[in-house]
Design a protein around this ligand. Sequence first.
Ligand SMILES: Nc1ncnc2c1ncn2[C@@H]1O[C@H](COP(=O)(O)OP(=O)(O)O)[C@@H](O)[C@H]1O
Ligand SMILES: [Mg+2]
Length: 371
Amino acid sequence: MVLNQMRLINYRNYEDASPIFTPGFNIIYGDNGQGKTNLLESIFLLLRGYSHRASSTKELIKFGEKTMFAALEFRDQDTTHNVSLKAENGKKGWKLDSKSESSFSKIQKLTGCILFEPNDLEIVKGGPDNRRRFINMELSGLIPPYKGYYRQFERVRLQRNALLKQAKLNNTPFDELRNSLRPWDNQLVQNAAKIYNLRNRYLKQLTNKSEKFYRGLVSPDEKLGLKYVTNIFDSEIPKDVNEISSVYKQVLESELENDLERGFTRKGPHSDDLEILVNDQNARLFASQGQQRTAAISLKLAHIDLYKENLNFLPVVLLDDILSELDINRQRNILSVLEGTQTFITCTNPSFSSHLKNEVNKIHISDGVIK
Ligand SMILES: Nc1ncnc2c1ncn2[C@@H]1O[C@H](COP(=O)(O)OP(=O)(O)O)[C@@H](O)[C@H]1O
Ligand SMILES: [Mg+2]
């Protein structure tokens, strides 16, 4: 997909802006605090259906205003589409090609974007919740039904936890608890099996592509690897959904006493982890800062190929403030990989773009005004 242009009205610090994009590199530059990340955020919002940095849509409305409007025109092979979001006092309205959409799901099928920002280093450096968030976020973008399964799983898990807590408090007999949990457990297992099945396929592809990416960025002898960490299955996640279901069901049963004691459901896709390995060692503990950064970038940019192979189109790439932290060689390698993919790069100094071969569109931003 390729973005043509957009319109922002009372979005964050933009009063009324109409940036125009090129299919190649779009370099968004300006001093700190001028609105560069806000612009990337608005692109992410219109392509993914939510903001990566706001917890409520209200934050997106310009201070002192009541409504916000953001619209994006993009091309998908030969068809041009328009997606827009209007937000006012707690309500939001999506439109696709001038038709109102009650949810983002139809738009999600047409769009894809990959965002990389400084915080994403935490995928490699931080605790397991960062890696779970990464998997959930990227898999939801790539395979939209995943989001629904995960949401459903979380809803049921929280219900189950509430029942466990209540049972502990009331000293409910064990058999009675087991009976009342049965319908919840069935739903939990069903959704977990779908989640595991999609994660399994996804992580196989991701391992393959990110490893290739990493080699290309660093050197052919350096190796990136991924290992899914779960205490549900003896070795790998089974291929067969029914087998996943029956194993997880057994785990829930054998853990019930412990879960009751703790008052929550410990084991499942919500507590798994992903080990990231550089040269066969845990990158979180042993990799250098440079290796960690390259590993994180590789994990993200590998999704270009995943979109291509699974959905038959290229996503757009958003790089927020990350080039300046890389040495010249890695910068060049990354930019050469991105040739052919529409890319948005924010920075304070756009001088690196002078050696780019492709068409470059420079957008200067000062206090929410585009020049
Ligand atoms: N809802 C809002 N209304 C008006 N201004 C906002 C809003 N949210 C953030 N801002 C302003 O946006 C600016 C930060 O923009 P940002 O895109 O993060 O800057 P940068 O160019 O450094 O990436 C700050 O000055 C902040 O006050
Ligand atoms: Mg910024």
